[in-house]
Design a protein around this ligand. Sequence first.
Ligand SMILES: NC(=O)C1=CN([C@@H]2O[C@H](COP(=O)(O)OP(=O)(O)OC[C@H]3O[C@@H](n4cnc5c(N)ncnc54)[C@H](OP(=O)(O)O)[C@@H]3O)[C@@H](O)[C@H]2O)C=CC1
Ligand SMILES: O=C(O)C1=N[C@H](C(=O)O)C[C@H](O)C1
Length: 253
Amino acid sequence: MKIGIVGYGRMGRLIREICLERGHTVPLVVDPNLQQAPHRSALADDLARANLNSVECVIDFSLPEAVLGNIEKYAENKTPAVIGTTGWEDKRDAVQTLIDQSGSSLLYGSNFSVGANIFFAMTARLAELINHFPQYDMLMHEFHHRHKKDSPSGTALTAAEHILQNLERKNEIQRETLQRSIEPQELHVTATRGGDIPGLHMVLADSSEDTLELRHTARNRRGFALGAVLAAEWLHGKQGFFSFDEYFAEALR
Ligand SMILES: NC(=O)C1=CN([C@@H]2O[C@H](COP(=O)(O)OP(=O)(O)OC[C@H]3O[C@@H](n4cnc5c(N)ncnc54)[C@H](OP(=O)(O)O)[C@@H]3O)[C@@H](O)[C@H]2O)C=CC1
Ligand SMILES: O=C(O)C1=N[C@H](C(=O)O)C[C@H](O)C1
């Protein structure tokens, strides 16, 4: 496939390598910082100046403040898009409507690694079990590198949604550092930033007797990047709004 990469930072560079390893071409790279186009790629510093018709799909790992404008351009041009950029989860319904109305296709994943998707399934199951045992409370914490712009991470928010869907006594995500006690219906989802941590997510179920802990630790970014390229291959020929869960569920069959 001819794949365009939008956002050529930590993730975009790795995604280009994996695209080439898997036999794809990368005729387009878009990033405001690029001084020199990667070998044989067309370079654009702005999506408005990019020729989206030169690619069959784009993979977008840009920034939270850029991604919604980018998505509008993909939809307008009917360019299939895999979105790994996080930090826009509250606009998901509006994006789904835009994609449905445009007849385009888009797949979003807050985390494309196999391990994180197993972690989501385990989180959902843990919450389902804890639902029967009122002595337990549930909470989440995550750690990421010092450059990360959104908090909490998209992965933490996805895991939190799985908890809310399965644990009847929790019905809202509380992201703030509190100057009061937590209310029983609030799920506290907190974040720490520093160092080079590629991503560490923890879900706790805690009672006065014991603690259950689920943890996903990314060792590097390769699992995220490979998953995004696999998602682009899966999206080829499909129409509509998809989440990476749907790809993952199919991979399990
Ligand atoms: N779904 C997943 O599995 C994963 C998701 N992510 C997410 O991916 C995103 C990128 O992460 P990462 O690669 O670490 O970040 P980086 O900051 O390393 O890279 C982002 C790049 O996008 C550029 N950029 C900014 N605006 C635009 C625009 N309008 N069009 C194109 N490029 C633009 C940035 O330029 P500048 O610096 O000048 O703004 C930067 O070079 C984040 O939202 C992160 O949370 C990360 C890892 C895994
Ligand atoms: O910004 C990152 O680095 C990451 N972002 C994603 C997120 O917000 O969950 C995925 C991964 O944790 C790395």
